[in-house]
Design a protein around this ligand. Structure first.
Ligand code: NAD
Length: 252
């Protein structure tokens, strides 16, 4: 079992009731970590914290807007004041929009990039500081299979572009921060069994499944388990890497 006892883990977007972030947070808590549930959705934050505490885990909720530098800095200041450390950052908060480029507005483009790319930058930069001082850190970013092959089912080209930006940003940063004992890696989930998947008409869902060699969508727990490994002490020689979690839908 990977051990996160005494570690503080920040998970952005962990308030989503049926999303990946909540499962990531629960998994870290099960491995002994203190998890910071950071999300723009206050009721979601409260619920995730309650669930983890009911299961005997350690969690604290913080209302966070990743697009606001002030909000991000306040979050980091609060965590540092209370716990004095941030060992792990999981940049999970993300938004999508299904729209063609022909129909897309510049505001659509900005909104997606604001959360998926600029928000990830703000959180990473702020959480890196205590990691550098400590000489240890793990950062894992949620990219997507869409970054590599284009999306089109749930998201537009702006979503794919923002998630491709996450990959390049992470590789570049991995070279800058490895000397401080910090690794940064990405996961690229394919179709995951979240609300958005469940909302698809049966016929369309089957067509997509036909293109997945494993023959089913991924489970949120499968994404969380990969992330928790990349965030562990044991993954010390993996950095700048992108792990596909897509049942063979896309291989490169
Ligand atoms: P979700 O919509 O269920 O959860 C996203 C969470 O991010 C929500 O709780 C939301 O409140 C939060 N959020 C949005 N804007 C925010 C902001 N400005 N500040 C703070 N929090 C904010 O999404 P999900 O399906 O669980 O996806 C999680 C991540 O995984 C996303 O980055 C997504 O792009 C990526 N991903 C998901 C899938 C999938 O199939 N679900 C596939 C590939 C990648």
């Amino acid at each position: 079992m990977l051990d996160f006892t005494d570690q503080v883990i920040v998970v952005t977007g962990a308030g989503s009731p049926k999303g990946i972030g909540r499962v990531i947070a629960k998994t870290f808590a099960k491995q002994g970590g203190t998890v910071i549930i950071a999300d723009i959705n206050q009721s979601g934050v409260d619920e995730t914290v309650q669930i983890i505490q009911d299961e005997g885990g350690k969690a604290e909720g913080i209302l966070l807007d990743v697009t606001s530098k002030e909000s991000v800095e306040n979050m980091v200041a609060r965590v540092m004041q209370r716990y004095g450390r941030i060992d792990v950052l999981i940049n999970n908060a993300g938004i999508s929009q299904k729209v063609t480029v022909a129909e897309m507005t510049l505001d659509d483009m900005k909104r997606i990039f604001n959360v998926n790319m600029f928000g990830l930058f703000l959180c990473t930069q702020a959480c890196m500081k205590p990691m550098i001082s400590a000489g240890y850190g793990r950062i894992v970013n949620l990219s997507s299979v869409s970054a590599k092959r284009g999306g089109g089912i749930f998201g537009g080209a702006h979503y794919s572009a923002s998630k491709a930006g996450v990959l390049a940003f992470s590789k570049n940063l991995s070279r800058e921060i490895c000397k401080y004992g910090i690794t940064i890696n990405c996961v690229c989930p394919g179709l995951i069994n979240t609300e958005i998947w469940k909302s698809l008409p049966q016929e369309q869902a089957q067509k997509i499944i036909d293109g997945i060699p494993v023959g089913r969508p991924g489970e949120t727990q499968e994404v969380a388990d990969t992330i928790v490994f990349l965030a562990s002490k044991e993954a010390s020689y993996i950095t700048g890497e992108e792990i596909d979690i897509n049942g063979g839908q896309h291989m490169d």
